[in-house]
Design a protein around this ligand. Structure first.
Ligand code: NDP
Length: 312
């Protein structure tokens, strides 16, 4: 079987692989980085992912404390650098390094890289009092990194319309990406964000794309959403996860997933061996919207939007 991979073109003309197959947050995330909690399982998972065909997209962040594992796996891989797409994020919420410019310099050294493919501000929760710089100043630093070539693309994460408007008002380089929580049970992390990003040509990345599988009610077998997904599983001979990831990509959004099982990492990289019809995509959207919002991250900040998150 020939391998195919899909890409989305960003607003600067660069391309991004449609799925990130190893997110190094969530199940791999650590509170602190010590020799004792070095995770060999994660190294193996990334090493295995790097043997897969095509460009392998890895999602990292300074706050995940996984640079030692990512760095080790990269150093042992024979995959050429231009077949690896590395995303990294500057931690705005919890101070790890002084500012984005200092942060990326440190992570490049630690990962033994000359550049990352995508650098994101991890959240919009930045203030002069807490961080020593404003959101607008943080974005200016991101632009400096872009111009220096240390970040081939730059973007943001968990940004609302209001946050993006602040950046758009001062930017010379528009964010290429907004990485948000997105899945059938949470179709707008914050009010109107999906349509706004589409109108601004800012590509979205969906973390927690498999939320409907991660957290499932006891009587889900009678639920029309899962019944429809199972019908597609039988029709295409794919897993539930592949159906839901493919739906995200059919919505024009990059899926950011992860797994402790290599078979699932492989399934995610082999996502483009089938297609969903427009009717099927619309039906998943519609049945998903009938669910109440299921938000797994940034609850304190965004639970207030739960009702609006399932209105598009
Ligand atoms: N910018 C941000 O603020 C955030 C970014 N992220 C990024 O996104 C990445 C992915 O997020 P995450 O929420 O983990 O992504 P997913 O929604 O893809 O969930 C992955 C989890 O789903 C499980 N899973 C996979 N297939 C199935 C299945 N068929 N049934 C049940 N469970 C299944 C996996 O378990 P198993 O290991 O058993 O396969 C794994 O623990 C993170 O690692 C991080 O890099 C995440 C959160 C916030």
């Amino acid at each position: 079987m020939t391998f195919t991979q899909n890409f989305i073109t960003l607003n600067n003309g660069n391309k991004i692989p449609d799925v990130a197959i190893v997110g190094t947050g969530t199940r791999w995330y650590k509170q602190e980085e010590t020799a004792e909690n070095f995770n060999n399982e994660l190294v193996t998972q990334i090493e295995n992912a790097l043997t897969l065909p095509g460009i392998v997209h890895i999602d990292a962040a300074e706050v995940y404390r996984t640079y030692p594992e990512v760095g080790k796996a990269l150093s042992q891989s024979k995959k050429p650098r231009d077949e690896i797409f590395i995303t990294d994020k500057y931690s705005t919420q919890l101070k790890v390094t002084e500012n984005p410019i200092a942060g990326l310099d440190i992570s490049l050294k630690r990962l033994n890289l000359d550049y990352v493919d995508l650098y994101l501000l991890h959240s919009p929760f930045v203030s002069k009092e807490k961080n020593g710089f404003t959101l607008e100043e943080a974005w200016k630093q991101m632009e400096t990194l872009y111009k220096s070539g240390k970040a081939k693309n730059i973007g943001v994460s968990n940004f609302s319309v209001k946050d993006l408007e602040k950046v758009l008002a001062v930017c010379e380089i528009k964010p290429q990406i907004n990485q948000i929580e997105f899945n059938a049970f949470l179709q707008n992390q914050t009010p109107g964000i999906v349509k706004f990003c589409e109108s601004q040509n800012i590509v979205m990345e969906a973390y927690s794309p498999l939320s409907p599988l991660q957290k499932r009610s006891d009587n889900s077998e009678n639920d029309p959403f899962y019944k429809f997904v199972d019908k597609l599983v039988a029709k295409y001979d794919k897993t539930e996860a592949q159906i839901l990831l493919r739906w995200v990509t059919k919505r024009g959004i990059v899926a950011v997933t992860t797994s402790s099982k290599f078979s699932r990492v492989q399934e995610a990289q082999n996502l483009f061996t089938f297609d969903l019809t427009n009717e099927e995509v619309n039906e998943i959207t519609k049945l998903g919207l009938q669910h109440k919002a299921q938000r797994l991250y940034w609850n304190e900040e965004y639970d207030k939007f739960n009702e609006m998150s399932q209105k598009v």
